[in-house]
Design a protein around this ligand. Structure first.
Ligand code: CA
Ligand code: CA
Length: 93
């Protein structure tokens, strides 16, 4: 329960910081808008560590990684990546 509250608070903070007004706001954020994670899975385990993401996006914020890591195992599986992409967390790099 505490974890859900912390996660919700983190999402709120992230969206508060990044949800800047933009004339180009799109209502249809698709997975293709995400940073490219192709080739990021260096050890080939099908999961992405923060270090692996940094190899394709050196400035990727750890806060976004932690927000995307919904089960808190320190790795992102495909479902977590998809959800984060659809939520706009992985937009731009
Ligand atoms: Ca990996
Ligand atoms: Ca995870």
């Amino acid at each position: 329960m505490k974890k859900i509250i912390v996660f919700s608070a983190m999402l709120f903070i992230i969206f508060s910081v990044f949800a800047m007004p933009s004339p180009k706001l799109s209502s249809s954020v698709s997975v293709s808008d995400c940073i490219s994670l192709e080739g990021a899975d260096i050890n080939g385990d099908g999961l992405l560590s923060y270090a692996e993401i940094l190899t394709v996006c050196p400035t990727f914020p750890v806060l976004l990684f932690n927000a995307a890591d919904t089960n808190g195992d320190g790795l992102l599986d495909q479902d977590e990546v998809d959800v984060a992409c659809k939520a706009g967390l992985f937009y731009g790099c």
